[in-house]
Each structure stands twice: as structure tokens, then as C-alpha cells.
Design a protein. Structure first.
Lengths: 313, 430
């Protein structure tokens, strides 16, 4: 996914310079290709091949329990998925989790990044403390949250003085899943935003202050515009991640109480029902959704991935 | 590098790789004794370990059974097994199969048909349902190991006589609530197989069935299906439904029961030893009765559960595996499983055997005081649909019925039929 966009950028650059190439430039380019050939080969084997295979499988009737019924069906699996209300419901569920958790993470992450940026002493300690949740394996974190909110062995009900069964209702299941997701990935967001803070030159902020701009005005009109590229990249990465959420939901509700999302649907179809054709169609559609998200960010909001990495635009 | 040398190198590499795979997969023949891997979840207290030891001793070196432990949850067990079997894994010689998997595994060719000359030996004297559950298209694919069925548990300090029907149970709970007594009804309402068991038992008790005998067509007779759905909804919506019904499995039910807030519980026999150990004051007043009927004066029918041992189709020693399975499921081991892990035997005679019926736990409490009622329930019991698409059918039922409080009996009869029809074609999302 992330590889596709720099490659596209490279392609346009290449098109621009194609005309007047000196012999030296040409041989340099050849060397460049040779140097990255091993990496490209590995990428082709571990990403391109599985993706192509999934697309191929998605066009077949192929259920591991009925291997003899295998056959090519074209786009039938796609129409079966897209024509089913379950897919659309799961897509909405996924979007709810994605939008709400990314929105909360952005605000929280921004605040944390600000703290990390401004911390004068104990910088290392503050940064590592904030990063701890991100270092925990998602499944482990999900179990920790599940147990914390369990009415029998959890401590949350004791703290809040209720006997709510959190995973029996839709709203409370979403609440816990989103909280867990926010807790787990806000550090990632704040790290990316911290990189953005370093992009803001101190001079600009100081100049604004001298001109009499208030703190909130400086934030809105100076800092955030300068950070926009970093914010967009952070939101893009998190949105794509959040769209593919699986572990937390699987551990906490297994998709019950209306929390089933597209990844759980894919898992159910592929692993539990062994329907490789239909399941691959779901997987490919998830992939397409992620592509669309990336496209919207890159083309619609002008997210520039190369700028984030310090390359010239 | 000259071509000849290169191809020789390639051949060497291939041979080396083959040798590595051969040694890593073929671990069977160490020391001459073939090892048979038994994929099973070891029941409480490692009771299968003792059976394995006995059978290994009896085999006198012809084979050695080794347990490959499986997860607790039946869905996770199935996921592991089917993933391996679909990849033709030869490591599975024996496996414990839930009664609902037989058709799927047999149809896909993942388990071996039982050798004809041995069929009689493993079916004779065993419960008809249990044998049936190990069969697919009139052929035997496994040896029954244990069975299971649900009973109604009630408290003699709250109700002297158990309710005969579900409606009566709700009325009794109404009265208990008015008197300020514990009045909760405990069932399994989580989005999992337990919900299918509840629905299937209600439907069978109302005189209906999910699929026809061959497992090829949806039946879901209008009237019984509507009645079953009404009961599900009425119980779930009443003030007597246990608080976390929508996420309750058998064990959450047991906990709710032992806390003393419940008046009725539909559950398996494991709740009896557990209550005696963990909540003796509740256990003292605890009694059992058949699963309540749906219609007055019609006896209830529950669906039977349990496990069979199947023989993996890709194992190297099918004959030895049959022999080993026969040993693991013999009467001595069934008795031990009953005494040590509460697993109900499948050999009919054991229900009259004092070794089982009079068995006592360490604390001197009888383990199977309910043996006679359980046997009656098992004699009347039926099975869940037997189709290679069972997993899909089950998912379809769960997706329509969960949460049970939101059931609309009129509309859901048709939705259920539609979903199961689609599941039987293996099409669509579930």
C-alpha cells in the first residue's frame, strides 16, 4: 500500500526526465534498478503474488469442503458479497469504529505530541511512557480490556460502581472496543504528529507571537497549517489501520452485538466456512476499500507521503 | 557454473529438503513403535491421559497413543482440525469430533469410514443417537465416546414441583418475583452453538425440525417454528431472563446459578458436581427435571451432544488407529470418564451399572443422581441437522436469532427459512 505511492511519484519524475538522458544518468539509473532488484523481487513474491492469487481465488467457486465443485465463476462471488446486506452493515460498523477512534486519537495524539515536544526534562521517560501501550501486542491488550470490563472478574464495574455487562449491548461493546483501540494506537498517532511538530520552525511561531497573535490563533493559523502534511499522513495511516481492525473485536465480542466488521466477516467466510472463493472476494473488497481510502487522502486532501520523509516535494 | 553441475546441486538441495521433511513429519517410527496422535481436548483432571496409558499398555508395543491437546472451545477445535484436514495433514491419526461435524468431515473425505467388519463391535449396545451421530449416509465414520443432553435444574425451596412447560415456568417465575424471591431463568443466549441447541430443542419439542431426514431440504414447519420462536422471545424479554443472557454460555449460567439469584436453569450435568463443590447450600436444594415442554401434555425432545472419535484420512496407520479408538472408547474408559470428568457414557448398559449410577466424588456426593432422568431424555432425544453444511446452517440460525430478545416470531420464520436455504447451497455471506 505505502509502497505504491512513492513508486507512482518516481514514475512521474522518470517521465519528466526521460527526454535528455546522458549516458551517465542512464547507467546510474540502471545501477539503481539493479540495487533495488532484490527488494523488488521479494516484494513481488510476498505481496504481489498473494494479492494476485487472492484475486484469482475470488473468481472461483471454491469451498475446501467440496473440492470437486471447484470452477470459474467470474464476478459471481463479488455480486454475492455486494448484493448482501450483511456486507454493507459490516462496512458501516467498520466505518463507525474507524471514524470515531481516529477522531479521538487525532485530538489526544495531538495533545500528547505537544507534551512530548515541550517536555523540558525527562523527555526520554515521557516519550517511552507514552509509547508503552503501542508496544503491547494487540491480542494481549484486547484480552486485558475484556477482562477489565468483565462483570465477574473485571475491576471497571467496581470503580464505576455498576453491574453493567459491557459486551451484551451494542453501544457499550462499541464503547469498549473504541476505547481499547484509542488506548492502543494513540501513541502511534502522537509519534507521527511529534515529527510534524519538529517541522514547525520556531521562528514562525515567535514572529506570530511578536505580532500579537494569541495562543489559539497561533495554533490554528500557524502551527496546524505548517503541520498539515504530517497530520494528513498520520490520519491516513491510522485510518487504513483502523479499517482493518480485527483482533480487538474478535477477542471482545467475536462480532456479536452488531460489532461485526468486514475483517471478521472475511475470517468467518475463509477460516470457519472454508469458502475460499467467497472469502477471497471479501478480502479483495477490503483491499479495494483501503485503496480508496488512500486515494481519497492522496488525491482529495493532497497528502504528500514523500514530504513526510523529508524528501523534496 | 556448468549446467550439469548446477542441476546436480539442485538435485542435492531437493534431496536434502525431502530428507528434512521426511524426518520431521515421519516421527512415527521411532524405536519401531508407531505413534498415533490423538487430537482432543483433555477433559478436567487429565482423564484422557489415564485412558491413553491403559490403551498403550494393552497394545503391548504395537502402537503408542499421544495426545495433541486442543483448545477448550469447540469452534476453535473445529477451526484447527478443518484447517489441518483441508491441507491433508497426516499428523492426525485420531480426533475427537463434536457430533455435529461428522457429515462435514465425512463428505469432504477427511475421515475414514469405519471398517465394515468392526462396525458391529463399536455400535452394539451403544445409544442409537450416539451411533447415528457418528454416521453419514448410512455409513459409520467414528466411534461414540460420550454423549450429553440438557436437563432443567430447579430449587425445591422455591418451587416444589418443576414446571412442565416453558409457559408454566414463566408463570412460576412471575409468582416468585411478586413474592420477592429469586426468579431468574438461566439459558444460553450468546451468539454461538449453544443458542442453536436451545432453539433446536425447543423446535423439536414443538414437533418441528430444521432440515429433513436426509439433511437436504429446509423443513421448519410453520406452526412449531413460530411457537419455538415465541418461547425464545418471551423468555428473553421477560424480567426473568438472566441479566447477561445475550452473552451467556453454559459456564456463565452455572455461575449465575451458584450465586443464588436464579430459580430455573437449563444446563448440562456438569453443574451438579460444581454446585456441590462451590455452592453447597444451593446444591442442597437443587433438583432436576426434563427440559420443559413447549406444548402441554407433549413430552419434550432435546438435542443430544457429545463427542465421537474419528480416524484421520491422511494418517499412516489407519488400522492401528481404529484399534486404538476402540480401546479409548471402551466401557472401562467410559466409566472412568464418567467418574472423573462427568462425561456421560454412550454404552446403554452403563446407565444401570452401579459403578456409574452410584459413583461418588471425593466429597462423598453422588455424581450421577440424575442418571435415570438423563437416560430417559437421551432416549427421546434427537440430533441437530446432519448436513455437510452444518456449520453454515448453524451460523445462519445464530445470525437471525441473536439477540433473542429482538425476535419477531411472525417475520423471523421466513427470514430463518431463507437464511438456512441459502446456507444449504453454501452461498452468500453469513
Amino acid at each position: 500500500m505505502t509502497a505504491a505511492t512513492p513508486a507512482a511519484a518516481a514514475a512521474t519524475r522518470e517521465a519528466m526526465t526521460k527526454k535528455g538522458l546522458s549516458a551517465r544518468a542512464r547507467s546510474e539509473r540502471k545501477l539503481g534498478w539493479m540495487l533495488c532488484a532484490p527488494a523488488v523481487t521479494v516484494m513481488l513474491i510476498v505481496t504481489a503474488y498473494p494479492i494476485a492469487y487472492a484475486v484469482w481465488l475470488s473468481m472461483q467457486r471454491y469451498d475446501l469442503r467440496f473440492p470437486d465443485d471447484r470452477g470459474f465463476v467470474g464476478f459471481d462471488n463479488y455480486s454475492a458479497v455486494l448484493g448482501n446486506s450483511l456486507w454493507w452493515r459490516d462496512l458501516i460498523n467498520t466505518s463507525v469504529i474507524m471514524v470515531v477512534s481516529v477522531a479521538i486519537e487525532l485530538v489526544l495524539g495531538f495533545a500528547l505530541a505537544f507534551v512530548m515536544h515541550r517536555a523540558i526534562f525527562g523527555r526520554g521517560l515521557v516519550r517511552s511512557a507514552i509509547l508503552v501501550p503501542y508496544g503491547i501486542i494487540t491480542v494481549v491488550a484486547a484480552f486485558a480490556w475484556r477482562f477489565a470490563f468483565s462483570p465477574t472478574e473485571g475491576f471497571v464495574n467496581g470503580l464505576l460502581n455498576t453491574d453493567q455487562s459491557w459486551f451484551t449491548e451494542s453501544w457499550s461493546s462499541y464503547l469498549v472496543i473504541i476505547l481499547a483501540e484509542v488506548w492502543k494506537t494513540t501513541p502511534f498517532m502522537s509519534l507521527l504528529l511529534l515529527a510534524g511538530f519538529t517541522l514547525v520552525p520556531d521562528d514562525a511561531v515567535k514572529a506570530a507571537r511578536v505580532d500579537g497573535a494569541s495562543a489559539s490563533y497561533r495554533l490554528r493559523k500557524v502551527i496546524i497549517p505548517l503541520m498539515k502534511p504530517a497530520i494528513l499522513v498520520a490520519v491516513l495511516f491510522r485510518t487504513m489501520d483502523a479499517f482493518r481492525i480485527f483482533d480487538s473485536v474478535f477477542v471482545m465480542t467475536r462480532g456479536a452485538q452488531g460489532t461485526e466488521n468486514v475483517s471478521i466477516l472475511g475470517y468467518k467466510t475463509l477460516v470457519s466456512r472454508l469458502n475460499l472463493g467467497l472469502g477471497s472476494a471479501v478480502s479483495v473488497l477490503i483491499f479495494v476499500c483501503v485503496l480508496i481510502i488512500a486515494f481519497v487522502f492522496v488525491k482529495g486532501f493532497g497528502t504528500n507521503l514523500s514530504q513526510q520523509r523529508g524528501e523534496a516535494p | 557454473m556448468p549446467l550439469a553441475r548446477r542441476s546436480r546441486l539442485a538435485a542435492l538441495l531437493v534431496a536434502g529438503a525431502l530428507a528434512v521433511t521426511a524426518t520431521s513429519c515421519g516421527g512415527d517410527d521411532e524405536g519401531g513403535t508407531p505413534v498415533l496422535k490423538w487430537y482432543a481436548r483433555d477433559e478436567a483432571g487429565g482423564v484422557f491421559g489415564a485412558a491413553i496409558e491403559d490403551c498403550n499398555a494393552a497394545a503391548e508395543g504395537r502402537y503408542r497413543i499421544e495426545l495433541a491437546p486442543m483448545p477448550n472451545n469447540a469452534d476453535e477445535q473445529r477451526e484447527q482440525l478443518v484447517r489441518r484436514l483441508a491441507a491433508q495433514d497426516g499428523d492426525i491419526d485420531l480426533m475427537n469430533m463434536d457430533v455435529i461435524w461428522t457429515a462435514e468431515f465425512a463428505n469432504a473425505g477427511w475421515i475414514r469410514e469405519w471398517p465394515e467388519d468392526q462396525v458391529e463391535a463399536v455400535t452394539e449396545g451403544r445409544l442409537e443417537n450416539a451411533v447415528e451421530s457418528a454416521s453419514f449416509e448410512d455409513r459409520l465414520y467414528g466411534i461414540p465416546l460420550n454423549t450429553n443432553a440438557q436437563l432443567l435444574w430447579y430449587r425445591t425451596d422455591l418451587t416444589e414441583e418443576p414446571p412442565a412447560t416453558w409457559d408454566e415456568m414463566i408463570e412460576m417465575a412471575d409468582r416468585l418475583e411478586a413474592d420477592g424471591e429469586p426468579h431468574d431463568i438461566v439459558e444460553q443466549g450468546q451468539r454461538y452453538e449453544g443458542l442453536v441447541v436451545w432453539f433446536a430443542s425447543l423446535l423439536a419439542s414443538a414437533g418441528g425440525s430444521i432440515l429433513n431426514e436426509e439433511g437436504t431440504e429446509v423443513t421448519l414447519e410453520e406452526e412449531p417454528t413460530r411457537r419455538a420462536l415465541e418461547v425464545l422471545r418471551d423468555v428473553s424479554r421477560s424480567s426473568h431472563a438472566m441479566p447477561a443472557l445475550a452473552t451467556a454460555q453454559e459456564d456463565q449460567g452455572r455461575q449465575a446459578w451458584e450465586s443464588g439469584d436464579s430459580a430455573f436453569m437449563v444446563n448440562y450435568g456438569f453443574v451438579w458436581p460444581s454446585a456441590n463443590q462451590l455452592a453447597p447450600d444451593i446444591a442442597e436444594k437443587m433438583a432436576w427435571a426434563p427440559f420443559p415442554s413447549v406444548e402441554p401434555d407433549v413430552e419434550s425432545t432435546v438435542v443430544a451432544g457429545g463427542f465421537n472419535i474419528g480416524i484421520g484420512a491422511y494418517g499412516d496407520h489407519p488400522d492401528l488407529a481404529v484399534e486404538a479408538a476402540t480401546c479409548l472408547a471402551n466401557e472401562e474408559n467410559q466409566t472412568r470418564n464418567a467418574q472423573d470428568a462427568g462425561l456421560l457414557p454412550v454404552t446403554e448398559a452403563l446407565y444401570d451399572d452401579p459403578e456409574v449410577t452410584e459413583a461418588e466424588g471425593d466429597d462423598g456426593v453422588k455424581l450421577f443422581p440424575y442418571a435415570a432422568e438423563m437416560k430417559e431424555a437421551l432416549d427421546r432425544a434427537t440430533l441437530r441437522p446432519r448436513t455437510p453444511f452444518y456449520n453454515d446452517v448453524s451460523l445462519a440460525i445464530i445470525s437471525i436469532l441473536h439477540p433473542t430478545a429482538d425476535i419477531d416470531p411472525e417475520a423471523d420464520v421466513d427470514r430463518l427459512r431463507e437464511a438456512i436455504e441459502q446456507a444449504l447451497k453454501g452461498e452468500g455471506l453469513l
